[in-house]
Design a protein around this ligand. Structure first.
Ligand SMILES: [Zn+2]
Length: 205
């Protein structure tokens, strides 16, 4: 006979993924009136920060999609390593970048070199897929594989994380910002983030 405690534990473990949707508090799809209102407030903030952006295109699961036609936000360059594209993101991510851009510039960081921005996918844990919808699906997250410094040097997370403290210092800027969740880095999540840093804006509703 299987001990009751073991059985309970097994049941709990089996049901854990479904009970942890990991969505931002108040997030619904399609967006609720409160989310649309928060989106309008965010667009006003982008206007106030003098960010050059365009609305849309309508993108599955992104509440307030915007694109940055010049790939510059608050002086910070976003360099897509996968080539040209629209790379829609939620307004909250764009506004977050605009707010941390001055601190990154102080560190000598000119550009974030990224691969994935919006992508409809699920969270992977230790290389295995879960049922948790990734914040990439919401347009709130970006995977940064390296940076370009103002002196022209290009650093890669995988190659240079240990030797170039500016990479950890840049991650710390995001960690300190109330606009972002704590970044996932080679330091705090080496099993899944040894070659990139995952940055993720809060959805403020
Ligand atoms: Zn990511």
């Amino acid at each position: 006979m299987i001990p009751t405690a073991t059985l309970l534990w097994a049941l709990l473990a089996a049901s854990t993924p479904a009970k942890r949707p990991n969505m931002p508090v108040g997030w619904t799809w399609p967006p609720s009136a409160a989310m649309r209102e928060a989106g309008s407030a965010c667009l006003e903030r982008l206007d106030g920060l003098e960010v050059t952006y365009r609305r849309g295109p309508a993108t599955n699961k992104i509440a307030t999609p915007v694109v940055l036609p010049e790939f510059i936000v608050g002086g910070l360059v976003l360099t897509p390593l996968k080539g040209k594209g629209a790379y829609p993101m939620d307004c909250q991510l764009a506004a977050g970048f605009a707010e941390v851009a001055p601190a990154l510039a102080e560190l000598g960081v000119k550009a974030l070199r990224f691969r994935t921005l919006h992508e409809h996918r699920f969270v992977r844990k230790r290389g295995r897929p879960t049922k948790i919808l990734s914040r990439h699906a919401l347009g709130l997250a970006i995977d940064v594989f390296g940076v370009e410094l103002t002196d022209g040097r290009i650093l890669e997370v995988e190659r240079d994380w240990a030797a170039e403290p500016v990479l950890a210092a840049a991650a710390a800027v995001f960690a300190a910002s109330p606009r972002f969740r704590g970044p996932l880095t080679p330091a705090n999540d080496p099993s899944d983030h040894d070659d990139h840093v995952h940055l993720e804006a809060h959805l403020r509703i």
